[in-house]
Write a protein of this length. Structure first.
Length: 174
């Protein structure tokens, strides 16, 4: 049987308690909070699984809607928006410790970008925000063209126009 990766909405069927990314806060969120938040409409958590082992979580991400003040974004973008900017936020992204460095985080990040773009067709949002918890995470997100916000070392922004261009490039014939 050939295994295939799949991204699914977190459900009771997924084995949350076995997940360990090496970060207690991220583990705790998935194990104890993520499903409750989904049920209450506070966030939506998606898991990456191997269809051969459908209950095992390889990685997960949580997306939320957020509002950012224009004064908090880079000057280049500040004048293009009203005082309050609706956006999507990648609130959590974690990969199981034994699955790290295999590109699974990138798969979920691309999925977050795609979901942000898809939502923008029916709701107005400016882009995707993410909080980088440390310098290594900040460097990781920066390679995908996330822009650091002034005065906020851990907050990064990916404008919707950048997301759209990324997918246009991916879909261009070679």
């Amino acid at each position: 049987m050939i295994s295939t990766l799949s991204i699914e909405t977190l459900s009771k069927a997924h084995n949350r308690n076995a997940f360990d990314c090496g970060n207690k806060a991220l583990n705790h969120f998935l194990q104890r909070i993520a499903r409750q938040h989904s049920e209450k409409g506070l966030s939506k958590t998606f898991v990456l699984i191997d269809t051969e082992y459908p209950t095992d979580i390889i990685a997960y991400m949580s997306l939320v809607v957020c509002e950012v003040l224009a004064e908090d974004i880079p000057h280049l973008w500040k004048n293009k928006y009203p005082k309050r900017i609706p956006a999507a936020k990648l609130a959590k992204l974690a990969v199981a410790h034994h699955q790290q460095r295999k590109g699974y985080g990138e798969i979920l990040l691309i999925e977050a970008m795609q979901k942000t773009l898809t939502v923008s067709y029916t709701m107005s949002i400016a882009g995707l925000f993410v909080d980088a918890k440390h310098e290594q995470a900040k460097a990781y997100y920066s390679q995908f063209d996330f822009i650091s916000l002034p005065e906020q070392l851990d907050n990064l922004f990916l404008p919707l126009s950048t997301i759209a261009k990324s997918f246009e490039t991916l879909n261009e014939p070679e």
